[in-house]
Design a binder for this molecule. Structure first.
Ligand code: ADP
Ligand code: MG
Length: 254
């Protein structure tokens, strides 16, 4: 039996077969119902493995969920809009999602949670930060190969680019980011987070013209969510009702 299952590619049934047979006997299943149960077991195991694989490949930093997000802590954020994004219609329409806001307001949490939803729904995803992204593209053994490396960031249906704004880009890095945003335009969604307003992207990229062209593509089909609340990391240090302000002399929390 073991060899036969392997030969026809039913790799997951073997372990559960004795239980399935026992159940079929005790429940007096018809041959057809038994076959259905056996094949469903195989399919479920395959789906679970494929999901685990997609999750691994997505390289999400920590398991964050929308269910664990406290919307009452961020009144400036529309819970309704986030729930709408969680239906994943943005993936099908190749719409980008941009989250803007200061540190600690939950940007990484939300994009991770949306990426998990996408993976659960069968989409491929990849999480990276802008600095890791540009380092990885530049790490090719020869400059002529960077376009090839860019494909790694073209394939996933959902690409998360976290922490845009913490590092200024060199002209080469800015060019790579521009090429990536252009290549994904109307082909695949980008979920991007930034602590920097769009007006400052010129200095971020070191080139006003390039920044304008990049934002033009990034924002043409995009949902932009600005979160103007307090840092969740600082919540226990803030009295209720106090607005978040960067304490003098304290390192900007990234
Ligand atoms: P940002 O990326 O905006 O700097 P994070 O998403 O990293 O912020 O959030 C900082 C920490 O606080 C994370 O552990 C995150 O899970 C948690 N957090 C932030 N906002 C909320 C929230 N509204 N409800 C629950 N946890 C939150
Ligand atoms: Mg973050």
């Amino acid at each position: 039996m073991k060899e036969l299952l392997k030969a026809v590619g039913l790799l997951h049934i073997e372990a559960t077969l004795p239980t399935l047979v026992q159940q079929a006997q005790s429940q007096q299943l018809t041959y057809e119902a038994f076959l259905h149960q056996v094949l469903s077991t195989e399919r479920e195991a395959r789906q679970q493995m494929a999901y685990q694989r997609r999750l691994r490949l997505a390289r999400l930093p920590a398991s964050k969920t929308l269910e664990a997000f406290d919307f009452s802590f961020q009144p400036s954020l529309s819970a309704r809009l986030v729930q709408e994004l969680a239906t994943l219609s943005f993936v099908a329409t190749c719409t980008n999602v941009v989250l803007l806001g200061p540190p600690g307001v939950g940007k990484t949490h939300l994009v991770s949670a949306l990426a998990v939803k996408a993976v659960q729904a069968g989409h491929s995803a990849l999480f990276t930060t802008l600095s890791r992204l540009v380092d990885d593209i530049a790490a090719v053994p020869h400059p002529s190969l960077w376009r090839q490396r860019l494909r790694r960031y073209m394939h996933p249906e959902v690409l998360v680019i976290d922490e845009v704004g913490y590092t200024r880009l060199t002209p080469e890095q800015a060019h790579h980011l521009f090429e990536l945003v252009t290549a994904r335009y109307e082909h695949g969604s980008i979920l991007l987070t930034s602590n920097t307003s769009f007006a400052e992207w010129g200095s971020l990229l070191g080139d006003e013209v390039l920044a304008t062209a990049l934002l033009d593509r990034l924002l043409h089909h995009a949902e932009v969510l600005a979160i103007n609340g307090n840092s969740y990391r600082m919540k226990d240090r803030l009295a209720p009702g106090t607005s978040f302000s960067q304490p003098g002399g304290v390192r900007q929390d990234v």
